[in-house]
Design a protein around this ligand. Sequence first.
Ligand code: PEP
Ligand code: MG
Length: 578
Amino acid sequence: MNTFQGISASGGIAKGNAFLLPVYTRQGVNKYPVAPDTVDADWTRFEKAREKTLEYFQSLIDQTNSRQAAIFQTYVLMLSDPDFLGQLKKEHTEQSVCIEWVVDNKAREYAGMLRSSGDSYLIERAEDILDVYGKVIDNLIGDIQVSCESIPEGAILAARFLSPSDAVFLSKKHLAAVILDKGAANSHLAILARTYGIPLVFGIEDIENRIHTGDGLIVDGSNGTVFVNPDKKTSTEYDKKIAGDAAEREKLAVFSSKAARTKDGIAVKIYANIGSAEEARIALEEGADGIGLFRTEFLFMQSGLISEERQFEEYRSVLEIMKDKPVVIRTLDAGGDKIVDIPGFSFKEEKNPLLGCRAIRLCLKMSALFKTQLRALLRAGVYGSLKIMLPLITDAEQIRQTKILIEEVKTELQSKNIPFNADVPLGIMIETPAAAIMADELAKEAAFFSIGSNDLTQYGLCVDRENAQTAGLFNELHPAIRRFIVQTAKAAQEADIPLSVCGEMAADKARMLVLMSAGINSFSVSPKKIASLKECLSHFTAEQIEALKDWTESPMDADVLQEKMNIFLSGDHARGSV
Ligand code: PEP
Ligand code: MG
């Protein structure tokens, strides 16, 4: 048995057989000459690779998911575009160089042209071309023999990394777990894995030499451990844990249809965090009171800058799925680890991207891009109960500037007789120390607050949330972070504006109770966490939770508070005897 320690990005335990995704070698396509009498044979090689890619994308089209189907249908059309194919053939014949080099070169040239057009629809297509013809090159080079079909149902997928378009494997192949070398807890893949309840561990270095297709694996997503060909003792131990988890899930299932309430009936709101309309359906099934955070950057990370129309459709779908339940859509939070391809802007040039031009700063700088999103949002606002939320606010002026842009957008829409909702509330994330300290002032401009505990902890404790080496320092229970939260809660209460918490902190039972003791009774979490939080709440009275306030407001260390909370959770209250 080998044991590898990675970093957990999605919890749960899975046991099964590995399927190793062959190493991705799309970069570095070699250029080599092709003799004139073998040019035809080389072209036939291309035709076969193109056919294989066509079949691959056709197999991904899921008719029950219109958005996803539309993307892959577009890919299929691109692979059959006679103009593009004609140009490839011409250059291949004229230059007598290998077809993979011609394809790579032409796809990049086309993508560059589309990107520089400045038209958001065409810019979006540039990424599609690279994705589509990149897959053709994979098939030409032969390193990637993978199609969705070749991944066995229920396998544990091991890969060096997965691209956003590969995220489709998660639901389509009912994967038991995913283990990666490269990854990040906030990648689209990680968020999707949490949404679908699939364990995900990354940080397994040199994965292609450590894991082989067919290896028996246990993936413990709760702590990031991967056991390869486990011994009998470990296997039996994990069988028990898996059975325990299954029993627990069954017990929790009843809570998805129940309202979140304390033992004495005090109502709490538990919303869902999502990254696409598809995830809104899961949120609804899991019993969410609405959407507390729609991370719109994930749409952009998948497809580059997307058009107003496509954004509008996605936002409208979420609102329609959620019917009259509230939906908080956050404006583009690009930058940091969330890279979006924006023409004329390079994230790479920033020395400290997390402190750089990201989120609201980027949007206010690229106001055309921001206004496109605001337009799509106001138009979608007609279809449900929408609220708009701004990320990474440090200054009230950023809210005021956004309001000016919103007014401009309204005038434009009005002049074109396009229906829109003129009364969409504008709220902000409290996820910087500046915002927490100035919450009373910001409350004069914001209609609501939502605490982003992930970034608040990152910036408050000066600890990169993605750095495995400092992971031990990242703790939302740190007294400084608790103080920020208490201060924000007081400011929201005094200004009488709604306050919620949408960072990962809210998804942990002990931390949720700590937040409640600060007077917060609205949370937004990954959909699969909703039932367990409701169940936890049902064990405690409002008075018992309020009594935790002394601990929350004290300067006690995070570890000491955690220990106390563990005892509190496992004590008589949790067993239901109090
Ligand atoms: C946060 O920072 O807590 C948050 C919810 O935003 P994100 O994780 O998307 O940065
Ligand atoms: Mg954040």
